[in-house]
Design a binder for this molecule. Structure first.
Ligand SMILES: Cc1cc2nc3c(=O)[nH]c(=O)nc-3n(C[C@H](O)[C@H](O)[C@H](O)COP(=O)(O)OP(=O)(O)OC[C@H]3O[C@@H](n4cnc5c(N)ncnc54)[C@H](O)[C@@H]3O)c2cc1C
Length: 221
């Protein structure tokens, strides 16, 4: 690999926004990153041997790559990321992954985006990239203030399910809402977040008669 190519992978932190006590977004400036909304990158930090995957949080047309990170208690890499300052260097590998929407279906299908926690990240990217999409977001969070950047979604198309307070449009786990809700047959489901939520959602949707081909999953942990 030439020195120029290697250099091009490095980005400088341009903005850090703390959205809650443990979750922040990180914008980076550098060479334009061409990606498909829904994809993720592998982040590394100079001076550490660690790297982790993060979904891109920005739309395809926005110039600076952005990620949404939850600082995990005792988490190695999210801990490192949480100490970054503007101007620090971050290495981006990618984009990678196939968690993107099928553009041939945007005019004919309904899209349901199901997320737990920071699993909302790829859906913000998709909705910013395809503003006219016929979509519904179902976001499972613990508390209402964890509805990160919910203004990115149309208020009638965003439903927060809060499991530990009563501020959400639905009170309880998102799977409780999913089980009670009907969806049109021409719906494409995208599910992102922790594996327990994904497996439970898959069971509910299969029970409702949807085929596996209509259900797309991105497992964070
Ligand atoms: C394709 C993909 C995309 C991802 N995108 C994102 C993203 O956009 N934002 C994001 O915050 N994370 C994302 N992750 C998770 C991320 O890669 C790291 O695993 C996470 O930041 C924890 O890393 P760590 O080094 O701090 O924790 P580690 O020291 O590696 O500890 C890992 C432990 O943390 C727990 N854990 C991991 N992620 C979470 C989480 N989000 N919430 C609660 N517990 C968790 C797991 O139980 C695991 O046992 C993604 C993972 C994958 C595979």
């Amino acid at each position: 690999m030439s020195g120029q190519e290697a250099k091009n992978k490095f980005y400088q932190v341009s903005q850090i926004r703390w959205l809650t006590e443990d979750t922040f977004s990180l914008k980076m400036t550098g060479q334009k990153l061409h990606f498909k909304a829904g994809q993720h990158v592998l982040l590394s930090l100079p001076g550490t041997s660690q790297s982790r995957e993060y979904s891109l949080y920005n739309g395809e047309n926005q110039p600076e790559p952005e990620v949404l990170v939850r600082k995990i208690e005792n988490g190695i890499f999210s801990g490192y990321l949480s100490t970054l300052s503007e101007g620090d260097l971050v290495e981006i590998n990618g984009p990678m992954g196939a968690f993107s929407i099928d553009e041939s279906k945007t005019d004919t299908h309904h899209f349901v985006f199901i997320a737990s926690g920071t699993g909302i990240a790829p859906f913000r990217s998709i909705v910013q990239t395809y503003p006219h999409l016929n979509y519904q977001v179902i976001h499972g969070i613990r508390y209402g203030h964890e509805a990160y950047d919910k203004q990115a979604f149309h208020p009638e198309k965003y439903l927060d399910c809060t499991s530990r307070d009563n501020t959400g449009k639905f009170q309880g786990r998102l799977t409780g809402h999913l089980a009670k809700t009907s969806f049109a047959p021409n719906t494409e489901f995208y599910i992102c977040g922790n594996s327990n939520m994904i497996f439970d959602s898959l069971d509910i949707l299969k029970e409702k008669g949807f085929s596996r081909e209509q259900i797309h999953c991105e497992v964070y942990f």
